[in-house]
Write a protein that binds this ligand. Structure first.
Ligand SMILES: [Zn+2]
Length: 472
């Protein structure tokens, strides 16, 4: 038995129920027990209630990130399920959906079962595995999709690579239509991408790097819209980066095609100029694109064409990322900075309200996955995030819980500070099983006091840099 918990006096913000008011939130046995005066009297009068003062902070449903790379099994030098989910809860995420491009890939039942089991053992955030579309992610032969879903997969994707073969994509959409899950597409035409390493445009020409045209993404989005229409299946477009893709998705939705989309924080605050000095922390796939693309993405987020906000958290070792721009791997991390970057990119300029932003990081991604979640309704799982959007903090990559340090946001000052001096920058109460509620809170409080000094010599390749104010 654990004691009931009362989060006292926070701004309780639950977009799933249109609620935004200051009140207490009660948690008992891993579930939301009630709010304010509506909490059961028997609970409120219990002598062993643990009270956490969260006045001035936002209390919202636990954030869910629909697109992360946890790298386990096989690439544990980059990230593990433990370090990745620790980074998730630091960043305010109580659940993550992980991509199958591990080594070996998540293309067989025991591998999906391994991820599910390992996440339960670690007990930090919920982990929803995404299974591979094709065996070995080789694009040739479909996996045993039904079997993988039965083992716990919530979607299928060959992320890291596209499903290149249209016939295979068609069959994947037909099969998943019956299973009521989406096919998540890393939309990219490999021939158009070629050996490109950054956005094809003025900057790539100027600095002499091989470009990837925006059409490499958009032609695949257009093809998949047609295949979704043909099959009645559901395509979710991962990490949308290009203006033309936004336009195609907007039109597809207007035609009633079952297509949803996500983007990642960096596409909303950075452009290809960030790669102008060959900084490999600005190398990701799809690449950072032009100002025009960035504006179109912001518009797409505002009008709902882009349904949800993910991270594409992609940890790499420093050795890998320290190579030259051409040979360094694609990808940056995002779990510990996403909330702050999104508040800064969308809420501070008045593009979305805070409740709208929270909806894009809670109910919306759950809807895309066809799952229930992202609510503080009494009786629901106590997945809760607490953060203070008005307080700012400075990103220090060496202090990340993730093994990855590959972030372009090192040294940035971001909103969304920890709720109190005794807890983390945002904290969450994930539950794989009910009775861990209060334990995870005290663990998280302890973690902070053990984090040690905030300063120290930083590796040269990760010096904090002047903040780039690309949001006008
Ligand atoms: Zn991808």
């Amino acid at each position: 038995m654990t004691s009931p918990l009362c989060l006292r006096g926070g701004r309780v913000l639950d977009p799933s129920r249109g609620i935004d008011r200051s009140q207490d939130l009660w948690i008992d046995q891993g579930r939301i027990a009630g709010w304010g005066e509506d909490a059961p009297a028997a609970l409120r009068s219990k002598p062993d209630v643990e009270i956490v003062d969260v006045r001035g902070a936002v209390v919202c449903p636990g954030l869910v990130d629909i697109h992360v790379h946890l790298r386990e099994p096989g690439q544990e030098e980059r990230e593990t399920i433990e370090t990745g989910t620790r980074a998730a809860v630091r960043g305010g995420f109580t659940a993550v959906a992980c991509m199958p491009n591990t080594d070996p890939p998540l293309d067989e039942r025991p591998r999906i079962e391994y991820v599910v089991r390992r996440a339960l053992e670690v007990g930090l955030a919920r982990v929803f595995p995404i299974a591979a579309v094709t065996r070995g992610q080789l694009g040739e032969q479909l996996t045993e999709i039904e079997d993988l879903v039965e083992a716990g997969a919530v979607a299928i994707s060959d992320d890291g690579k596209p499903v290149r073969n249209a016939e295979i994509m068609r069959r994947a959409l037909e099969l998943t239509r019956e299973l009521k899950i989406p096919v998540i597409q890393h939309a990219e035409d490999p021939d158009l991408k070629g050996a490109g390493v950054m956005h094809e445009g003025w900057v790539s020409t100027r600095i002499g790097l091989k470009g990837i045209p925006d059409a490499a993404e958009s032609v695949m989005v257009a093809r998949d819209a047609l295949l979704a229409e043909l099959t009645g299946g559901r395509v979710h477009v991962a990490h949308v980066s290009a203006a033309r893709s936004v336009e195609i998705i907007r039109r597809a939705k207007a035609r009633g095609i079952r297509m949803t989309a996500e983007t990642a924080p960096h596409y909303l605050v950075l452009t290809d100029e960030a790669a102008a000095e060959y900084d490999t922390r600005a190398k990701m796939n799809p690449p950072l694109r032009s100002e025009r693309d960035r504006d179109a993405l912001l518009e797409g987020v505002v009008d709902g064409t882009i349904d949800c906000l993910a991270t594409d958290h992609a940890p790499h070792t420093e050795i890998d990322k320290d190579g030259d721009f051409d040979s360094a791997p694609f990808g940056i991390i995002g779990l510990e900075t996403a909330l702050g970057v999104y508040v800064r990119a969308l809420v501070e300029p008045g593009l979305l309200t805070l409740p709208e932003l929270i909806a894009r990081m809670t109910v919306k991604p759950y809807e895309v996955l066809g799952r229930r979640g992202g609510t503080l309704a009494p009786g629901s799982d106590a997945d809760v995030t607490v953060f203070d959007p008005s307080r700012r903090w400075t990103v220090r990559a060496p202090e990340f819980a993730s093994k990855g340090r590959n972030t372009p946001f090192d040294g940035w000052e971001l909103p969304g500070h920890r709720a109190s001096e005794t807890s983390d920058s945002s904290f969450s109460f994930p539950h794989q099983d009910a009775p861990t509620t209060t334990r995870s809170i005290s663990q998280r409080s302890t973690t902070v006091t053990e984090r040690g000094p905030k300063s120290g010599a930083l590796p040269t390749s990760h010096r904090p840099r002047p903040q780039r104010s690309t949001i006008s």
